[in-house]
Design a binder for this molecule. Structure first.
Ligand code: G4P
Length: 291
């Protein structure tokens, strides 16, 4: 399989340096992960380079996950300030604001006791590609401003946006590298769009997604495409047939079927599907709900 799972390491050292340079200005780091793959999409190093900061872990896209998985994820990240969020609707934002305000009050008190002047609390949003950093920032500040550079660790500009009198947010998110500890993590990142599609063989990824979905519940593809369970390649061919994806030559257009399958999965059209393995111990929880 052409799968560029070494997609970032070349940039890593540079990215870490660039982030460390930015982070000295920051009081609070908001790390955004994808609620469908909270473990796979969590940066492995953040605890090491964002020391002495308040860290808030945002489970974004929680609208694409059944609540019981979100609750289980929050339990899994016990000890973190973990907040499920839907950045499209703004659900969960009040809890984040509460944490930030509490931090600001404590900072003000601490500085007052030492006879020092209060400076605004400064926040930075971080996360791997495509987890919703820009969407989060735009919704959080109520206007469209965030742009993300395409390389981890790089921020394009340093504009502070006033959230309220005592709190400022960096307008551009920092892009983190994910971990590639094993093939399943790399695949989860590919399925959810965290790895650029141009770095992937989409046909192979679609076959892997079919296998993964069937392992979660064999009815997911049946419900969406009306196809029967066979092997992954045959099922992708059946999706092609059902959707009428045929090339001029008369052959089935399997690449188009692969793109549609991935798009529909990413957009939540196949149901609310949780991909990480944190719930393996709790077999009674099913992985998906058809919506
Ligand atoms: P990034 O800055 O981390 O790279 O991510 P970005 O905000 O660009 O978001 C990536 C995709 O995720 C976008 O979809 C965005 O709409 C979607 N998204 C972000 N947050 C949420 C969320 O809480 N729930 C859901 N369901 N989707 C979310 P897209 O299809 O790539 O772009 P668009 O056409 O929707 O703008």
């Amino acid at each position: 399989m052409k799968q560029n799972i070494n997609w970032y390491p070349g940039h890593m050292a540079k990215a870490k340096k660039s982030l460390s340079e930015n982070l000295f200005l920051i009081d609070i780091v908001i790390e955004i992960v994808d609620a469908r793959i909270p473990i796979s999409s969590k940066n492995p190093d953040i605890e090491n380079f964002a020391v002495n900061k308040l860290k808030i872990l945002v489970l974004n896209k929680s609208d694409l996950v059944d609540e019981k998985f979100t609750r289980a994820s929050v339990n899994f990240f016990n000890g973190y300030n973990c907040v499920p969020v839907d950045s499209i609707s703004g659900k969960g934002f009040n809890e984040i604001k509460r944490m930030i305000n509490k931090f600001a009050d404590e900072k003000r008190e601490k500085l007052k006791k030492r006879g020092r002047i209060f400076s605004p609390v400064r926040i930075m949003v971080l996360g791997i590609p495509n987890v919703g950093k820009s969407t989060f920032i735009n919704k959080f500040v109520g206007k469209k401003i965030a742009k993300a550079a395409d390389k981890p660790g790089v921020t394009l500009s340093k504009q502070w946006i006033k959230i309220c009198k005592d709190v400022e947010l960096l307008d551009t998110p920092g892009i983190l590298w994910p971990k590639f500890d094993n093939e399943q993590i790399a695949l989860n990142l590919a399925f959810t769009g965290a790895i650029k599609d141009t770095n992937l063989n989409l046909y192979e990824i679609a076959l892997k997604l079919i296998e993964k979905l069937n392992s979660i519940d064999k009815n997911i593809l049946k419900c969406r495409y009306g196809i029967e369970k066979k092997n992954a390649a045959e099922e992708l061919a059946d999706i092609s047939k059902k959707r009428g994806f045929v090339k001029k030559s008369g052959e089935l257009d399997l690449d188009r079927a692969a793109i549609i399958l991935l798009d529909e999965f990413r957009g939540g059209k196949l149901g609310k599907i949780f991909l990480d393995d944190l719930l393996d111990k709790r077999k009674s929880l099913c992985h998906h709900i058809v919506i």
